[in-house]
Design a protein around this ligand. Structure first.
Ligand code: APR
Ligand code: PHB
Length: 395
């Protein structure tokens, strides 16, 4: 980055999907922003994350001119499958609600977003450390930070915290105004990216007495698999052999027979956690994406929530700069949270239905879990409700 601006309209803290998409959407509205990102560009571009783009998110990306590579290289999935007891229940999104999802890795989307930022010549200051926000309660907030040992100051009209789960911006909302809601699930997902052809054309979420498993993919030669592990498991506890064995056991035989194992390119352990901080704004500070809420990966809602938050926020900011009104900005938190809680509910429901809670759950819970799956197998209405939740609402 050659020159760091001293003033902008909107300072965006964090250049992940939420921050970089917001900067692009504002640019399309003729609103200036600066992104301050803690890490290097390369680090942000190499992070491996989930890869399910909801129908409405895909439309947002296309409308913003970001859909070309997603449409060429991503895969449209018109349904997903739930496995239990050697059975597969297909949730036919297209047939049930006329929508689909697109499998396109967040890593790829992040590349497209950084490309758009470069094209729009939107200032992205990477390696910005020690960020402090000043006068967040007043009309003229400003930011100070260090880059390569030099101190910088940036004046702006609004500050948006897109700095993810470990970010610092939400601490600027006075504690007395904040209410947090939290649920920690007593297990982790162990995930593997493997250079092998995916076992199936669509995702399979499997409920098995020995634990949950998920078969996903990135492309025809790259598979993404997950198995449920214990809360305190580390990567070392899951050598490849154990991982593949657990995965095979948890899938219906007809599926596991087709499983091709391959070199594991990446292995990670993800805790399952739901957390929402309310409100998502204070005066001229707004939070978006993982900075304000986290959902467990069951149902892959995290990225989609980041997208819907910044769409609402970009619209409210555009309205403000057009008309001078604060109405849209004042109702941002309420509108975003309504959408967030729908996704929290959906991911909680799927997590509860699909995992092994042994030790925590009793026979009553296990019967309920089974009844839920039987209900989905038997009732088109139940499948329609799941399809609606999975593909997500219109943004
Ligand atoms: N200062 C500046 N930037 C920061 C700071 C800080 N103090 N702390 C964190 N960041 C940066 C991170 O380096 C990261 O690039 O903020 C960015 C936050 O990006 P994400 O964690 O990807 O969060 P978000 O953009 O909200 O996207 C949500 O990412 O974590 C997944 O599952 C989640 O898919 C969802 C999506
Ligand atoms: C993934 O492909 O990484 C993925 C897919 C679906 C999920 C979570 C993760 O629910």
């Amino acid at each position: 980055m050659s020159e760091i601006p001293k003033r902008t309209q909107v300072t965006i803290i964090g250049g992940g999907p939420a921050g970089s998409l917001l900067a692009h959407l504002l640019h399309l509205e003729g609103i200036e922003s600066v992104i301050l990102e803690l890490r290097t560009r390369q680090h942000v571009l190499e992070r491996v994350r989930a890869g399910v783009i909801e129908h409405g998110s895909a439309e947002v990306l296309r409308e913003a001119g970001l859909g070309n590579r997603m449409d060429q290289e991503g895969f449209i999935h018109e349904g997903v499958n739930l496995a239990f007891d050697e059975r597969l229940i297909r949730i036919d999104f297209m047939g049930l609600v006329g929508k689909y999802v697109i499998i396109y890795g967040q890593t790829e989307l992040q590349k497209d977003l950084y490309q758009a930022i470069e094209t729009g010549i939107i200032p992205l200051v990477d390696e910005a450390v020690g960020i402090e926000i000043h006068d967040v309660g007043g009309d003229r907030p400003s930011i100070s930070f260090l880059r390569q040992g030099n101190r910088h100051a940036l004046d702006c009209d609004f500050v948006v915290g897109c700095d993810g789960v470990h970010g610092i911006t939400r601490d600027y909302i006075p504690k007395s105004l904040v209410q947090s809601f939290e649920r920690t699930y007593p297990f982790v997902w162990v995930g593997v990216l493997s250079s092998s052809p995916p076992v199936a054309d669509e995702l399979i979420y499997a409920n098995h007495e020995t634990g949950f498993a998920l078969c996903s993919m990135r492309n025809k030669q790259l598979s993404r698999y997950y198995v449920q592990g214990s809360a305190d498991d580390q990567i070392e506890d899951w050598p490849d052999d154990r991982f593949w064995e657990a995965l095979k056991t948890r899938l219906p035989q007809g599926v596991s027979e087709r499983l091709v194992t391959g070199p594991t390119i990446e292995k990670l352990v993800t805790p399952l956690h739901s957390w929402v901080a309310e409100p998502m704004s204070f005066r001229r500070l707004f939070l978006a994406g993982d900075a304000a809420h986290v959902v467990p990966p069951t149902g892959a809602k995290g990225l989609n929530l980041a997208i819907s938050d910044v769409v609402y926020l970009a619209e409210a900011l555009a309205d403000h700069y057009r008309t001078g009104s604060m109405t849209g900005l004042d109702s941002y938190s309420k509108a975003a949270l309504a959408r967030v809680w729908r996704a929290v509910r959906f991911s909680w429901w799927m997590t509860t239905m699909m995992h092994d809670f042994s030790g925590m759950a009793d026979d009553f819970d296990r019967r309920l879990q089974r009844t839920e799956l039987e209900y989905l197998a038997a009732s088109e209405n139940a499948r329609r409700a799941m399809a609606e939740g999975y593909v997500g609402p219109s943004v």
